[in-house]
Design a protein. Sequence first.
Length: 167
Amino acid sequence: MTELNVNGEDVDVDAEPKTPLLWVLREQLNLTGTKYGCGIAACGACTVHVDGAPVRSCVRPLSSLTPEQKIVTIEGLSRNGTHPVQRAWRALDVPQCGFCQSGMIMTVSALLRYIPNPTDAELDAAVGNICRCGTYNRVRAAIRMVVQGQVPRSAERSAEHDEGSAA
């Protein structure tokens, strides 16, 4: 048995030490918002926070974690999607298929915690997640919306961003 702290709760999991954190989250804890994309830490779909830092959970073995470390998944980022990054994503209809978005949101929320007003170069360096749908322009617009404090309070789409918007 291994003890972890996931989304603020202490949990015991039964898995081999070399088991990637991703599979423990998805299969044992039923936290399926964290996605399996590539299995080699290249795409970022599996990104979670460990002690506030973005971590690619598909290559993070259970043995590398301690009970003191705080693991946060997309489900634990906020209650009911109220985190500013999640609200900006909805306001600008960032996702198309949405598969990469939980990892992208986790990466961006960690970045903004450490660098509240990132330059374009800092964004490029920190947000290396792959989006097969190519919504990178909307991702950047959503990040800028958060940085500028222009995120709607509601989790609903912004009225100024109608269907078909090229944001």
